[in-house]
Design a protein around this ligand. Sequence first.
Ligand SMILES: NC(=O)C1=CN([C@@H]2O[C@H](COP(=O)(O)OP(=O)(O)OC[C@H]3O[C@@H](n4cnc5c(N)ncnc54)[C@H](OP(=O)(O)O)[C@@H]3O)[C@@H](O)[C@H]2O)C=CC1
Ligand SMILES: O=C1O[C@H](COP(=O)(O)O)[C@@H](O)[C@H](O)[C@H]1O
Length: 506
Amino acid sequence: MSFSGGLDEAAKHDVLTTIVVFGASGDLAKKKTYPALFHLYQQGLLPRRTRILGYARTQMERDSFTSRVTSFFKKDIPPADVESFLAICGYVSGKYDVAEDFIRLREEIDQQEHAMAKRVEDERVHIYYLALPPSVFVSVGTQIRTNVYDGSCTNRVVIEKPFGHDLESSRELSREIGSLFAEDEIYRIDHYLGKEMVKNILALRFANVFYEAVWNRHYISNVQITFKEPFGTEGRGGYFDEFGIIRDVMQNHLLQVLSIVAMHQPQSLRSEDIRDRKTEVLRRILPIQLEDTLLGQYVGTRDGSKPGYKDDDTVPKGSMTPTFAQCVLHVDNDRWRGVPWVIKAGKALDEAKMVIRIQFKDMPNALFPNLARNELVLQVSPKEAVYIKTIVKEPGLSTNLAMSELDLSYHKRYQDVKIPDAYATLILDVLNGDHSNFVRSDELDEAWRIFTPLLHQIDRDQVIPLPYEYGTRGPKGVDEFATERAGYKLTNREYHWQPKSTTGKL
Ligand SMILES: NC(=O)C1=CN([C@@H]2O[C@H](COP(=O)(O)OP(=O)(O)OC[C@H]3O[C@@H](n4cnc5c(N)ncnc54)[C@H](OP(=O)(O)O)[C@@H]3O)[C@@H](O)[C@H]2O)C=CC1
Ligand SMILES: O=C1O[C@H](COP(=O)(O)O)[C@@H](O)[C@H](O)[C@H]1O
């Protein structure tokens, strides 16, 4: 990871670069991969000699391919930019298990490289982006390794989650992928690691003397990491039902965030040093107990305006898959022993939000009795912000105390900065060969170790999730859970942080 001008390393080096997007006809390619590639192209961050080849089974004429991959581009983009981007894009149709099709792909890559090459010894990079269902990862990986892989250039393989559905299947997948590619060729995407505020955690923690000083059990009472979506699985129920909210969001996104908040300072900003620290802290997390877990599944609204999870035609009628979960985790090391970490994720809740809330302990002196607690809140979405809930004297003639905040709202402080999509930053990392924001196989192993016993118990015991109405805060007991299990103290019911916040009396 670089904090000092490493942004356009790849572009500066003018490496001959070929990016192959497998599954180019699909949803992820259309919504994320191509818009991200286009964003990088527009910013001049793709190496000058880059070619992008889509690959999928669907037969597509150039027109239908280009209209598909540009369908999620912003509407106000100059058409000339889109045209020049499309000039570097091509498409090859082929199956995922047919050697001849991959040989054709390799020939196409060779031809394109030949056309771009200045010298025979040009430095070359091949990026294989697997925007594909996991059922074909290994088959496509095998074909790439056998028929496309070029040992004389740098090869990078980008893989999307899910990486298995429990410890055993994840190990099996790692073993199979690991037999095809070296670990340093593999980039496992967790797109939360590309989000601005998640990338900011490292800077906040290790570039400011005052945070690190209190970042431990002596000052922090509990930590809450919360993901809320205001919509249900609508249409994606088939996929979701196999996984459930714990596998979909918690085992990956929330645990990755937790590991960065909890880890010790890395030796350096080198990706392996950062990943070593994350893995080290994951190793200290005890497997989650069912008693420390609250599960829910949304039902339709009383007025019938929103459907329940099981009303979705793609969801099996008797499904017990949780769409909401809240768990307490414990990090068993000297820094964190005794501090509960509450992670919560749910679909069809009351709002869209991803926040990391660090609640400090009570003020240890009695000069001011009954003080509310300080909190440091990192809002990852919808609007990036860092704020510290801070007690002040109510301004004016009053001598009361009031809860207020030190507020760094990005949309106010950085008005001219456009925060890039996570996929754009992650693809840029791949171009730069930077693994810091990708999941290493031992991290993945630890993540599954923490969740697998719980997931198996839920399946084995057929644990019934509690119902909650679409658009609410979650099942009955959600707020009490954090208070009773983690000692969370609601600071002040009158106080609600907003970008332009009101203060509330204590
Ligand atoms: N969509 C999203 O927003 C997100 C997706 N992901 C992950 O990214 C990957 C791709 O997701 P997404 O684009 O939604 O997937 P899609 O279901 O859209 O599949 C991508 C392409 O793969 C081919 N395909 C689909 N099903 C099969 C199958 N059973 N066997 C062989 N080929 C198949 C199709 O291409 P063709 O038939 O033309 O070959 C399809 O266009 C997955 O691993 C997913 O979990 C991760 C985060 C978000
Ligand atoms: O990986 C996933 O993430 C999305 C949420 O991502 P965000 O960037 O919009 O916060 C979630 O909707 C989806 O279920 C899950 O698979």
